[in-house]
Design a protein around this ligand. Sequence first.
Ligand code: IYR
Length: 228
Amino acid sequence: MDESTRVINGHPFVPYSKKTYSKEEVIARSKDFYNWLDLRRSVRDFSDQQIALEVIENIVKAASTAPSGAHKQPWTFCVVSSSEIKKEIRNAAEKEEKESYDNRMSEEWLQDLSPLQTDWQKSFLETAPYLIIVFKKVFDILTDGSKRNNYYVNESVGIACGFLLAAIHQAGLVALTHTPSPMNFLTQILKRPANERPYLLIPVGYPHHDTWVPDLKRKSLSEIFFHY
Ligand code: IYR
């Protein structure tokens, strides 16, 4: 333990040294961040252009900085670039999606999705150079086989996925938050242990050169913001 560590009730603490900014800088930084994040869009048309694995590793490292309940970090990020496994995932996802679109989704749901013009076909699962499958760890299994609790798992993994999407946007890449339903086929295909449940399937890549996205409007601040 070096000099910059302090022990509090038997636990090591380190100083939090944050950079401070002027009031003006804080305003400018908050605006800039919003303007930049506002450019992010969910994209369903990917280019097959390759991306270095290092980029994906950095994106996952960024996601892994998310806060989590009791710092349990209850997540696993499985990255698939193998064409065979991507094909297997596409086939399994399309089977579920076809059943959903044909029989499981309500008329209201289908109507709500109409502006997005989605359907059961998921060619992006093979075109995108990487699929990141995020699993939530509902509990941990220690090396002796015993179970340990995780806390606020959905919240923690949701925040990590938010960081992941922001990191993908920052890298200049695009993604889709895809949730084929049900998605337990991912547990089987990726041979994940019993304490992991699929959370999101996120294809990542460059956009196809002729990509169009729905002309969606975000809610205004007055609709979402209440100051007490
Ligand atoms: N999982 C389906 C349907 C779907 C559902 C919602 I809610 C969306 O926002 C988009 C799609 C699919 O991926 O097509």
